[in-house]
Design a protein around this ligand. Sequence first.
Ligand SMILES: Nc1nc2c(ncn2[C@@H]2O[C@H](COP(=O)(O)OP(=O)(O)O)[C@@H](O)[C@H]2O)c(=O)[nH]1
Ligand SMILES: [Mg+2]
Length: 463
Amino acid sequence: MRQPLAREITDLIERGRDRQLRLAVTGLSRSGKTAFLTSLVNQLRHAGLEARLDLLPAARQGRLLGARRVNQQDLGVPRFPYDQAMAALAETPPRWPAPTRGISELRLELRYRPERRGWLGSETRRLTLDLFDYPGEWLLDLPLLAHDYPSWCRSQQALAGEQRRVHFAAWHAAVEDLDPAAEADEAQLAEIAERYAQGLRGAREAGFADLQPGRFLLPGDLSGAPVLQFFPLPGIAEAEPAELAALPPESNYATLARRFQYYQQHIVRPFYRDHFRRFDRQIVLVDLLGALNAGPERFEDLSRALANLMQSFDYGRRSLLSRLFAPRIDRLAIAATKADHVTPEQHPRLVALLEALLAEPLQDLRFASVPVRALSLAAIRASEAREVEHRGQRTPALRGTALDGEPLLLFPGEVPGRLPDDAFWSRQGFAFPHFRPLPLEGGALPHIRMDAALDWLIGDKLS
Ligand SMILES: Nc1nc2c(ncn2[C@@H]2O[C@H](COP(=O)(O)OP(=O)(O)O)[C@@H](O)[C@H]2O)c(=O)[nH]1
Ligand SMILES: [Mg+2]
């Protein structure tokens, strides 16, 4: 999908004048990407009218004049379903937007008045904002590029925790009988691969996140293609490398190794080369509260998955990423989403916990001088903060409606301000219900700190 040269040049000129910005939103499944992008577009379209964006100076100062959707350039990428998402939220009762898979794009044109007026006085400027939504699962595949097939098999074997293993029982039973040296049988490999994919899906349903290969979870149009029909061979750790290499090309081992390589070259690399490399800014969304809700093994797993995912932002000169592609993201945000699930005085702890969870990758980024900010937000706030009398004391509480329509008034629990230890897990009853979205009352979507996120991600381009 090459762009015509003329368009590339116009693009370049526009970028040089700071008139175009490519902003990407990612995060693992259910982390809140669709909600975030829907809210972002909604807030910008209502800026200067009903939107509450006090933390975004251009909006507070009345300089942000409007945002309209324009046609995107890359016709090969599906359009982000903003209208469908708004329609779901506008239903009675309101619904959360349906999940999406794969990458999507939407282009906004913002009109604003610069802070310092030029000699023309009433000058207005335009900023073209290209927004992308793509699955964080795809970033989990970057580390896969550093492996050859046998070392990948070993790395996957190392992940087998007890609760995780149960999801792969059917696959294990099938793969045990597979002789690496025997001639490959297409149907058999497809069958075992399907069980592997089922294992990955089951593990994800159960809240696990550190799952490879990422496309097995979100295959899109690759569903059923042989490139998605491989899996690790468990026994390979003990095998002699020379013996493996000597196996005939028709063998199971050689067939799987070829598919693994094809996946690297034709699935993982093109995403980085054609999309990722071209993003200017990025926000990574993390459903930290969901992981706290799900217990220690899931929380550990999220931590590992994030460490993996963050390698895609490791710009150190020796990093895999820098060696393979030359990325140029110049600003990064990391956000704990769905903050409306806890009372407001817990929000600083939520950020502290996020910082603790990502301590190492954040340090690396800061070391590599990539500006990064951690924050907590609710893209679409579905609860209201209240205070209630409890044993003669005023305590914070949340009011909302459960998904089944039941009215709720509750204190969901305390967020640990640092990485939870055993004491936390044995003591904590951290269980929150899912809220139904609040009824739409015209105007902009209710949110928490979307304006802070916007300020960090695009504020400087509107000054
Ligand atoms: N209360 C609340 N729930 C949210 C918010 N954002 C997302 N959710 C919930 O999380 C689910 C997954 O969000 P979604 O944006 O579809 O995640 P995606 O898979 O990353 O695109 C939604 O269906 C909501 O139930 C939020 O700001 N507040
Ligand atoms: Mg989505």
